[in-house]
Design a protein around this ligand. Structure first.
Ligand code: FE2
Ligand code: FE2
Ligand code: FE2
Length: 170
């Protein structure tokens, strides 16, 4: 019993630590962008280096939580998450932001909701065929997070950003 309790507390702690490290990883990227804006490239580099380290911590904790499965399952889970986020989570967040008159948050949530729908579609596509031997390139809108497996459009269908805002992740 004592051992089981220890295990389950550690599982919870792994999850908490994962969330904390994942947040730190992204927060530090935000700080790096800000340092770049302030023309402090050395500090930006420091933030990016520590962010990379927090990413390692987050991924290790995640692995120990057994949340990373085989790729078929990971595609299925990812599809389900995107669907639930655009069908259930964001609509409610958008509604509340509108109610509270927080337009920047409302727009950010709306962009995310609309982009998630496209993310789900890309996962669906991957699930419906064997991707192994197919070449695919993905372009991400740097403003809203829309992703396409075709050439980047002249104008983003989610946020109207111009083609130059698209980038190809590594
Ligand atoms: Fe860390
Ligand atoms: Fe998404
Ligand atoms: Fe966009």
């Amino acid at each position: 019993m004592g051992e089981m309790m220890t295990d389950s507390q550690t599982e919870k702690n792994l999850y908490e630590a994962f969330v904390g490290e994942a947040k730190a990883c992204l927060r530090l990227l935000g700080y790096a962008e800000q340092a770049d804006k302030e023309d402090l490239p050395v500090i930006a580099k420091l933030f990016r280096a520590i962010s990379a380290a927090e990413r390692i911590h987050a991924l290790k904790h995640l692995r120990l939580l057994h949340e990373v499965e085989d790729t078929q399952s990971n595609l299925e889970r990812s599809f389900e998450r995107e669907q639930s986020v655009f069908e259930n989570v964001y609509p409610e967040l958008i509604r509340i932001a509108a109610e509270e008159g927080n337009q920047p948050a409302q727009r950010s949530f709306t962009h995310a909701r609309d982009a998630e729908e496209f993310h789900a579609a890309l996962y669906k596509k991957a699930l419906d065929r064997t991707m192994e031997d197919e070449e695919a390139s993905y372009f991400v809108c740097g403003v809203c997070g829309y992703v396409t497996d075709e050439d980047p459009p002249e104008v983003c269908p989610v946020c109207d950003a111009k083609r130059e805002m698209f980038f190809q992740p590594e």
